[in-house]
Structures are given as structure tokens and as C-alpha cells.
Design a protein around this ligand. Structure first.
Ligand code: ACO
Length: 363
């Protein structure tokens, strides 16, 4: 099948892969991850459960005990934290985390995949601590991934409710069709460059503010608004400057992003933050009202990032590191998609339409 587009539509109409991993139904507001709707998974399974689901059938040497293998991988990659020098600490957390991830060996096997799965969590926790002048905390391989992430970040154990909330987040963002970072990972995997290269491509695409870089600025927006009475004036001024409101709009969802409600529910469980949640709901309502007025023909709704910001703030991640936490979850999807591409796909090499000048004919 030939599909004609000049690219100005952001490839919106192009189907660029067949996948068994996830389906995003933008009209119904439904996300399916390997045969399960999001509400069957979020808040019901740990991150390790969704990793098992996504990786199943894509590796010959997949370990039977995902939790133990991921714990061991965290302990192994921790050795690279020693390479965290002052040059890297001047970078943003996602840039420093990406640089440490680039130190890991490339490969296509399950052992490589588990190290890459562990990397964003171990490196982001170490970077955040180092930027605050604190020594890194070594992983505890016996813990579930979410509990250990919070422990490595804070230097003390998290409550079960907090680990459950982080698990809900990691599961919710683990995979999401052919989003920009997953597409980037698949393109790199299709060249047979290796899983590490695919994950680095994924991190690089994720960090942009139109994709996984949105939630940090959402905290700035909430802090600048300060109280519900200021919301309309702040939002009108932002739109007047031509700014986009972070946490709203989506390429695929024309209705509310189902992940927003899964995460809002998780924020509610951390009941210490009810005041902040109520304030955020008031700002969300104001944004949706004003977007309807400004863009009456565009169905702009809340996306996953709005309540991501609230949840990660409640879990004490600094906003500068929110994109790293996104990578901790989405890396599972990148690795599964990279293997799916490698096992069943061809080199991804689309055509372009030349619109430049033609060479002059010789006189
Ligand atoms: N605030 C204000 N206006 C918006 C927003 C927004 N958040 N989102 C889209 N629009 C407007 C655009 O200005 C454009 O208006 P116009 O047609 O009058 O020029 C129209 O809606 C369509 O925008 P597109 O850029 O064509 O939509 P696209 O599908 O390319 O963009 C995107 C999707 C990038 C998510 C966009 O909605 C956006 O920038 N949102 C803010 C950033 C954000 O929240 N990113 C996280 C997305 S979720 C994720 O990646 C995990």
C-alpha cells in the first residue's frame, strides 16, 4: 500500500508499523496494552507485571522472575553512577541520565534489555541526589522497582501507598502506540543498531516539551497562577502570547486521555495533597473552558501530563526530573517495540518529496 503525504501533517495519517503491543483509540478515549484495557492494569499490577506482558515472546532468554532480574539489573548498572562528574551535573537531569545510559553496552538480548530497563531509574535517582549535593543510594535488588526508585531518590523507604502510586504511573505510561519516542526507537532498532541505541533515541525524542518534557512546566504554570481566581487572566495572557498550555491537546485523543483519570485517581490515594489536587482541578476546568472559546473547532482536552505533574510532585520528584520518570516507565515500551521491529520489520526508510530547485541544463 502506498500512502501519500508530504509530511506537513506530522505523518498523522500514516500507519508505520503493525504491533501487538498497544492500541490508542483516540475517538473512544481507550488505551489497550497487550489485550488489557488500561483500567485492568493501572493500580492493579506492578511495573514488573506490565514488563512481563510487553516482553513476552520477544526474547528467547527472558527471565522467569522479572522482579528479581530487574533488581539485579539495577545493582549492575549502579556501577556507572561513578561516572557522574561535575560536567554532567551542570546538565538537566534527563541529559545527565541519557549520558550515563549511553555508557551501557549495546546488544539485543534480554540481559541488555533489563539493564536498559533499570538505567533511567538508577541514573535519575543518582543525578537528582547529586544535584542536591547528596551521595547516591545503591539499589536494593530485593525491592519491587517502584519502591526502590523512591528509596534511591530519598535515601529512606517509601510507604506502600507511595510505591503503589508510582507503580500506577509507570504502568500507565509504559506503552502508547507509535508516539514520537517509540517511533524514534523503532527507526533506530530497524537499522539493527542495538537496544541501547534505540533507547537513547527514545530518550532524546521524549525530552522535547511537545512530548515528555511537558509536566515540569505544568508545575511552573500552577505556581504562577497561585490561586483559582488568577487562572483566567494567566491563561488568557499565555494564549495571547501564542504559548501552548502544557498538559492539554493530543495528536490522537480527540476526547479526554484515559491516562489522565488513572493518574488523578493515584494522586487522590496520596491524600495529603487534596488541597493541591482541588486547585489543579480548578485550573484544568478554566483551561478547558478557555481553550473551547479560543479554538472552538479543535477538540483540545486534558492529556496524561497534567496529572503526571501532580503525581510526581506529590512523590517529591523535582520538576526538572519529571521527564526522567516518564522514561523509567516508557523504556519498557521502547524495548518491546525495538524487539518487535527487529523480529518482524524491515529497515524503516520512507521516501521524501523533493521540492528544491532542479540542476540547470548545460548550455
Ligand atoms: N494549548 C494551546 N493550543 C493548542 C494546544 C495547547 N496545549 N495544543 C494544540 N493547540 C492548538 C494549536 O495551536 C493549533 O491551533 P491552530 O490550528 O489554530 O494553529 C491546534 O490546536 C492543533 O495543534 P497541532 O500542533 O496541529 O496539534 P498536534 O496534534 O500536532 O499537537 C500536541 C499535539 C503537540 C500534544 C499539542 O497539543 C501540544 O503542543 N500540547 C502541549 C504540550 C503537551 O501537553 N505535550 C504532551 C503531550 S502527551 C505526550 O506526549 C505524552
Amino acid at each position: 500500500m502506498t500512502h501519500l503525504t508530504d509530511g506537513s501533517d506530522g505523518l498523522e495519517t500514516v500507519i508505520a508499523a503493525r504491533t501487538v503491543l498497544s492500541e490508542v483509540d483516540g475517538a473512544a478515549g481507550r488505551l489497550i496494552i497487550r489485550g488489557h484495557s488500561l483500567d485492568e492494569l493501572a493500580g492493579r499490577t506492578a511495573f514488573e507485571g506490565v514488563v512481563g506482558l510487553l516482553f513476552d515472546g520477544f526474547y528467547d532468554d527472558l527471565p522467569g522472575d522479572v522482579r528479581a532480574a530487574l533488581g539485579q539489573a539495577r545493582a549492575e548498572v549502579f556501577a556507572e553512577v561513578a561516572a557522574l562528574d561535575t560536567g554532567l551535573l551542570d546538565r538537566t537531569p534527563v541529559e545527565a541520565m541519557r549520558a550515563l545510559t549511553a555508557r551501557l553496552a549495546d546488544g539485543d538480548d534480554a540481559e541488555t534489555a533489563f539493564r536498559l530497563l533499570a538505567a533511567p531509574a538508577v541514573f535519575a535517582a543518582a543525578v537528582v541526589r547529586a544535584q542536591a549535593g547528596e551521595a547516591p543510594v545503591a539499589p536494593d535488588p530485593a525491592l519491587r522497582h517502584a519502591a526502590d526508585v523512591l528509596r534511591m531518590l530519598r535515601g529512606q523507604p517509601a510507604s506502600d501507598a507511595e510505591a503503589d502510586a508510582l507503580d500506577t504511573y509507570l504502568v500507565t505510561v509504559s506503552d502508547h502506540g507509535l508516539n514520537a519516542s517509540t517511533f524514534a526507537a523503532r527507526v533506530v532498532a530497524s537499522t539493527r543498531a542495538g537496544l541501547g541505541s534505540a533507547v537513547l533515541a527514545g530518550i532524546s525524542a521524549l525530552k522535547g516539551p511537545l512530548h515528555g518534557g511537558a509536566p515540569g512546566p505544568i508545575i511552573d504554570m500552577l505556581d504562577e497562577i497561585g490561586e483559582p481566581a488568577n487562572a483566567r487572566a494567566w491563561i488568557e495572557a499565555a494564549l495571547g502570547r501564542g504559548d501552548r498550555l502544557m498538559g492539554f491537546g493530543h495528536r490522537v485523543y480527540k476526547v479526554r486521555d484515559p491516562r489522565a483519570d488513572a493518574l488523578k485517581q493515584a494522586v487522590r490515594w496520596l491524600d495529603a495533597r487534596q488541597g493541591r489536587l482541588e486547585f489543579a482541578e480548578a485550573v484544568e476546568a478554566a483551561v478547558l473552558d478557555i481553550l473551547r472559546e479560543h479554538k472552538p473547532n479543535r477538540p483540545l482536552q486534558t492529556n496524561v501530563e497534567f496529572y503526571t505533574a501532580l503525581l510526581l510532585e506529590a512523590l517529591a520528584f523535582p520538576p526538572s526530573a519529571f521527564t526522567c520518570v516518564f522514561a523509567m516507565g516508557r523504556v519498557a515500551g521502547w524495548l518491546a517495540h525495538a524487539r518487535e521491529q527487529l523480529l518482524g520489520g524491515r529497515l524503516i526508510r520512507p521516501a521524501s518529496l523533493y521540492i528544491g530547485p532542479m540542476p540547470r541544463k548545460a548550455a
